[in-house]
Ligand binder design. Structure first.
Ligand SMILES: [Zn+2]
Length: 364
């Protein structure tokens, strides 16, 4: 089932962007007012318009009378006319009077259609290369985005986004689970369940290593160099897709079973500074897991990374520094004698740190 949703968030344009946005608001207002004037006059002479005829008229006069409007995306002008057309239809049907002319400072905004902008994380990318930081990323994963309204009120800027989303099926998920996100293992749950990396990944990684070596031996900018570069890029893309698919299935599975999901907080900023590509790819997957769970699961709780979740016994709290080395996959607590799987124990500690009790499980 699909449902309509709207969200509004603050946006933070810089000085230059504020100038451009203000211009866009001005052009939207001008488009509306000039077209409204034309529609009113024509109506008196028994001439009615539709969206296409008034749009055509506007395009024919704007170049001569208002050449500066070209600095602003045509999508903004089109949407202004579309909005006006809706109101004028009601006038033609005898339901309403013509709307008033738009005054400056009164509903300072413009709207554009969903195909004219896109999001990358917390950035909204508007036409004419305007990339603006938003206060928060999209609250849902939309199937379709209809439009965005950019507005200004009291010196602050906002984006209101209208979209179509898939509604979650009736949630039968229950209980809480802790997840330890890993590199070799995609994720380990506090229940002992493990999700592994897709098998194909190993093959692609090997291929990438081979292709990178081969690329470095080629003469830069030669035909063969370009060929090798394309091949390498293609393999990267395949690797990313294989991982994305695995993450999709995994997060759907976990969120269908558990109501509350506890995760370690990832330091995205630090992560993105990482230059090593292999590390970068796994970091990117962790980011993807988090993002997917946030819109699929009922509730996601974050736990800070300040304590060594893998070194503490989840049963008696005794810290065992021998576990520090990543090569230790299994260990036995010197105090209570519990046999631990490194990742399951870490996942259980994450769950505890999120304020939940762990049930004893026999996973070994
Ligand atoms: Zn113990």
């Amino acid at each position: 089932m699909t449902v309509y949703r709207a969200m509004k968030t603050k946006i933070y344009p810089n000085k230059q962007q504020k100038i451009l946005l203000t211009k866009a608001i001005g052009v939207a207002r001008l488009t509306k007012n000039v077209c409204l004037d034309k529609l009113k006059k024509d109506y008196k002479n028994n001439i009615k318009h539709n969206y296409f005829s008034i749009n055509k008229w506007w395009n024919s006069i704007k170049k001569i009378e208002y050449p500066f409007v070209n600095e602003v995306s045509k999508f903004i002008q089109e949407y202004a006319i579309r909005d006006l057309d809706k109101l004028v239809k009601k006038v033609y049907d005898g339901k309403n009077d013509f709307p008033d002319f738009v005054k400056k400072g009164e509903n300072d905004s413009f709207k554009i259609t969903g195909s004219a902008f896109f999001f990358i994380g917390k950035i909204i990318n508007l036409p004419k290369g305007l990339s603006i930081k938003m206060g928060r990323s999209l609250r849902w994963e939309p199937l379709r985005i209809f439009n965005v309204t950019i507005s200004k009120k009291g010196g602050e800027w906002f984006a209101a986004i209208q979209m179509l989303i898939k509604q979650k099926s009736i949630n039968t998920a229950m209980g809480a689970v802790g997840i330890d996100l890993g590199v070799s293992t995609l994720a380990t749950l506090s229940t002992g369940e493990k999700f592994y990396n897709p098998k194909a990944e190993k093959i692609y990684r090997k291929k990438i290593a081979y292709l990178s070596r081969s690329l470095s031996r080629k003469k830069k900018y030669s035909r063969n160099w370009y060929k090798a570069k394309r091949k390498l890029a293609k393999t990267y893309m395949r690797l990313t897709n294989v991982r994305k698919d695995a993450i999709n299935k995994m997060t759907a599975n976990i969120s269908s079973k558990y109501e509350i999901i506890a995760l370690e907080r990832l330091h995205i900023k630090e992560m993105l500074k990482n230059n090593k590509l292999a590390k970068y790819i796994s970091d990117a997957s962790l980011y993807e897991v988090r993002k997917q769970l946030e819109y699929k699961a009922k509730k996601v709780k974050y736990v800070n990374r300040y304590y060594p979740s893998s070194q503490i016994c989840s049963i008696c709290n005794r810290r065992n520094e021998e576990v520090k080395s990543l090569s230790v996959r299994e260990w036995t607590c010197p105090k209570c004698g519990t046999k631990h799987d490194r990742d399951v124990n870490a996942a259980r500690n994450i769950l505890v740190a999120a304020g939940h009790k762990v049930k004893p499980v026999d996973y070994l």
